[in-house]
Design a protein. Structure first.
Length: 458
């Protein structure tokens, strides 16, 4: 009988609580509080109330290891969860590697990525709080797609500021959002003061996630019926994504194997944290001996070239200061196709794990990334999004290293979304039109000179 390539959970195996890594992380290092952008004092719940409902603020600062998932959220999750785990046997054969490669596939969601795991939860809590509209930013469009779907589920309006480079590269993501009822503006836009300031200084700006965040936050802060919704970085967002890793742990038990290397792509950190944190908790507690590899674009090398410092989460300096790896809030990455990874900072908890060397980071240029993506597509039949293709690049490198060393190794990665809206990127690669873009050293130096200069303890 053929060995299995799919490991599927039953509907009743859907996790009923999210895993919060913060209590385990506190045994390794002291998490640093977000600071008020004006006073530089620790942020309190009242400071966040203009942007978030109380339930999400409480989750942001929670020290409970498990937080129950509300029934209405579980009901929507069941439209696509649990998601499948696959053994990538055909890729293994193509690479002639003794390594066993497994991947969790989040592209089965209505939006085609992992993003609805938190979008559904955030829309639910905001609806319960009596909010009428959510404003947000989106890079590649996956987060905007997810939130527009979630708002439609719970009867909320959705306003999306889409990074201009992606707005132009990925028109069908915009159409997806508009089909779900969202209003979408290319960012920087003329709709906000933050956008107008950027356009006055740089009329041809291709935008960045930091700029789009400023626009979305401004709308929420100046309209009492509107809250802000973020697709990554913050603790409550990463918390909601842990359904991925909790399911994957059960599925790896079905395989009879334990991962030696756990890989994912990182922009702000939500998909990789959600996938890796349940395993990282085991590592911190001495139950798992595995390496954790976070991958990112060489054009936006936050973890590999950034500085661990307090910085703004947005370009307009309206968000709290958080301690994270950052390239500086004024840094505008080159318009690479992995729009979801074009963020100057990273999740504070993930940044701490990298700083404590519990997690390593690697950066790749986009032609090397698309080479890996095409090899994966031609062996496994799934066209990956440009973002998780960074993880696939690292997976192939690990598998080849295992072959050359003659070592058996179990490699596990998160395929966080499909690339069906990214055909222009693949067309550019296949026809040798894809530029090999890296950061410019002077841009990184300039970005870091704009850090607010708040000292980081320890």
């Amino acid at each position: 009988m053929a060995e299995p390539v799919q490991f599927n959970l039953k509907p009743d195996d859907l996790p009923e609580a999210w895993y919060n890594i913060m209590p385990d992380l506190a045994t390794v290092t002291q998490p640093l509080p977000p600071l008020h952008p004006g006073t530089h004092e620790p942020v309190g719940p009242a400071d966040l109330a203009p942007l978030f409902p109380e339930a999400l603020i409480l989750q942001e600062v929670s020290t409970d290891q498990w937080i129950d998932i509300p029934g209405p959220v579980l009901d929507v999750y069941r439209l696509w969860r649990p998601t499948p785990l696959y053994r990538a046997r055909r890729l293994e054969q193509a690479l002639r590697t003794p390594a066993h490669i497994y991947f969790k596939y989040e592209g089965t969601s209505p939006a085609g990525s992992h993003k609805p795991n938190t979008a559904i939860a955030q829309a639910y809590y905001n609806k319960e709080a009596g909010i009428r509209r959510l404003s947000t930013e989106t890079g590649a469009g996956q987060w905007g797609s997810a939130l527009s779907f979630a708002c439609q589920v719970f009867g909320l309006e959705c306003l999306v500021f889409m990074v201009k480079a992606s707005y132009q590269q990925k028109p069908y993501r915009r159409v997806f959002m508009e089909t779900m009822g969202a209003t979408v503006h290319a960012s920087p836009s003329t709709e906000t003061q933050a956008g107008q300031r950027i356009l006055a200084d740089s009329p041809d700006s291709t935008g960045s996630l930091g700029i789009a965040i400023s626009e979305a936050v401004e709308v929420a802060a100046t309209n009492t019926d509107t809250n802000y919704s973020l697709g990554s970085v913050l603790n409550h967002v990463l918390l909601h994504q842990t359904v991925i890793g909790l399911e994957t742990k059960k599925q790896m038990e079905m395989t009879g194997e334990s991962p030696d290397v756990i890989i994912g792509c990182v922009g702000g950190g939500s998909n990789y944290a959600g996938f890796a944190y349940p395993f990282m908790g085991d590592k911190i507690n001495g139950k798992l001996d595995a390496r954790f590899v976070a991958t990112e674009p060489a054009a936006c090398p936050t973890l590999t070239r950034g500085e661990f410092a307090y910085d703004f989460g947005d370009t307009g300096e309206m968000t709290p200061l958080v301690a994270m790896y950052t390239l500086g809030h004024t840094f505008v990455p080159a318009p690479v196709h992995a729009g979801g990874l074009r963020y100057h900072g990273d999740a504070p908890s993930l940044s701490l794990l990298v700083r404590e060397r519990l997690m390593e980071a690697r950066a790749f240029t986009q032609n090397a990334v698309f080479e890996a993506a095409v090899q994966f597509a031609r062996t496994q039949g799934i066209i990956p999004g440009p973002e998780p293709a960074h993880a696939i690049r690292a997976v192939i490198d690990e598998a080849v290293a295992a072959r050359e060393a003659g070592e058996s190794k179990v490699i596990l990665f998160n395929l966080s979304g499909h690339g069906h809206f990214d055909m222009q990127a693949y067309d550019d690669y296949l026809n040798q039109r894809l530029p090999e873009v890296e950061f410019r050293e002077e841009d990184v130096v300039a970005g870091l000179t704009h850090l607010p200069g708040v000292p980081v303890p320890g």
